[in-house]
Design a protein around this ligand. Structure first.
Ligand SMILES: NC(=O)c1ccc[n+]([C@@H]2O[C@H](COP(=O)([O-])OP(=O)(O)OC[C@H]3O[C@@H](n4cnc5c(N)ncnc54)[C@H](O)[C@@H]3O)[C@@H](O)[C@H]2O)c1
Length: 282
């Protein structure tokens, strides 16, 4: 067991996972936070899945409880936060993991149905805002807290389906707003933009629908999917650091882009060409 968040309380929305062989990001984050000493409140629409996460944590000697809530319902979000407060009396870390694309009916711009777009908006963006809305008063009262929102590299890079791309872009703006407006309360907000990760939702679901795994990966990211280690680091890298807050920042973590840059650098230095120059942003 680590010590980096010993005594902290972490509430994670989307702490279960889509069924499959590999581990989902929310579950991986919950496990790592618990291993580092946090008491975890695992919230999910699928309470059985949240309970599985709790059982895994308990099996390692950690502390966790499962709460059922659908992030699209304000009352349910409010009640989940109230359950966390009733059990622990504080919230140090809010981790917003809920998000999906194809599972919500995402499609290219000319094919997306209005109902599907509304669903994507409600799950990927409005739900995240609701979790922030009802956690912020608690953190302001405490004078401290860390919020981690999960966006996606799809917000910045080419991605065929318009609902996921636009709502994940909205998550960046949401986090920026929350970070800048709450720094004076000692609250930090960060957004993480993962590249393709080997989770059941991203890969196994598409394989089950008939696309070979290598094709799924190649269509999203020729550099390959990040595995469990990255998943475990994903949710926690920022909130584990938890330095004393002076000012709020928004970190755009470019996992895949960073990996590609490192690979380019390695290739260039080993071939004696020298480091490549950074590309100018338009
Ligand atoms: N896996 C990737 O390649 C990848 C890449 C970039 C970003 N992401 C983001 O990471 C996050 C997690 O992805 P994952 O692959 O681990 O998914 P996952 O399906 O394993 O985890 C999402 C969890 O959220 C829960 N959930 C879904 N809708 C909900 C709702 N309305 N209310 C409450 N809970 C709900 C699900 O039951 C599930 O347990 C998502 O935000 C996703 O967009 C994933």
């Amino acid at each position: 067991m680590g010590e980096r968040v010993r005594g902290k309380v972490a509430i994670i929305f989307g702490a279960g996972q889509t069924p499959g062989e590999t581990i989902g990001n929310g579950r991986a984050t919950a496990l790592l936070l618990a291993r580092e000493g946090a008491a975890v409140v695992a919230v999910d629409r699928e309470v059985r899945s949240a309970q599985e996460t709790v059982d895994l944590i308990a099996g390692e000697g950690g502390t966790a409880m499962a709460v059922q809530a659908d992030i699209t319902g304000e009352e349910q979000v409010r009640e989940a936060i109230a359950a966390c407060m009733a059990a622990h009396g504080r919230i140090d870390i809010l981790h917003n993991n809920v998000g999906a694309s194809l599972a919500l009916g995402d499609a290219p711009a000319t094919e997306l149905e209005v109902e599907a777009f509304d669903r994507l908006y409600a799950v990927n963006l409005r739900g995240m805002w609701l979790a922030c809305k009802h956690t912020l008063p608690v953190m302001r009262e405490q004078g401290s807290g860390s919020i981690v929102n999960i966006s996606s590299m799809a917000a910045w890079e080419a991605y065929p389906y318009v609902g996921y791309k636009t709502t994940k872009a909205g998550v960046i703006a949401l986090t920026h707003n929350i970070a800048m407006e709450n720094a004076r309360h000692g609250i930090r907000a960060n957004v993480i933009l993962p590249g393709l990760m080997n989770t059941p939702m991203a890969i196994e679901a598409r394989v089950a629908a008939g696309t070979p795994g290598e094709e799924v990966i190649a269509s999203r990211d020729p550099a390959g999917a990040a595995g469990e280690e990255d998943g475990l680091g994903l949710g926690c890298g920022l909130c584990l650091a938890l330095p004393p807050l002076r000012r709020s920042e928004v970190h755009h973590r470019r996992f895949v882009a960073g990996r590609r840059r490192r690979e380019r650098l390695l290739r260039a230095t080993s071939s004696g060409r020298g480091a490549p120059q950074p590309r100018r942003r338009q």
